[in-house]
Design a binder for this molecule. Structure first.
Ligand code: FES
Length: 94
């Protein structure tokens, strides 16, 4: 994933925006990343990745330390996540 690729696809919040928010605002909890243009407050798909980024920042790891999926794979996995119903099964399964 490149710096300008979106981590939060719901609100188009890029990896760079999130890193800058972490660096400048120094949130105390991962949930505070929601104040970065609403990151993580939509479908919920990106929350795990936001938590990883928060954890890396807490450990003062370099910006590119996290090996996030490439943009296309990330988007495909998020689309699959959104197709699933509340039981965790793909929509339409009996
Ligand atoms: S991708 Fe971030 S809340 Fe949906």
């Amino acid at each position: 994933m490149d710096p300008d690729d979106d981590v939060c696809l719901c609100f188009h919040v890029s990896r760079r925006k999130i890193w800058n928010y972490l660096r400048i605002e120094r949130p105390r909890r991962a949930a505070e990343l929601s104040q970065c243009e609403g990151a993580g407050t939509g479908c919920g798909w990106c929350r795990h990745f936001l938590e990883q980024m928060f954890s890396a920042a807490q450990q003062s790891l370099p910006v590119d330390a996290l090996d996030l999926p490439d943009r296309d794979s990330y988007a495909e996995r998020r689309a699959e996540y959104r197709r699933r119903d509340d039981t965790g099964r793909p929509s339409g399964d009996e």
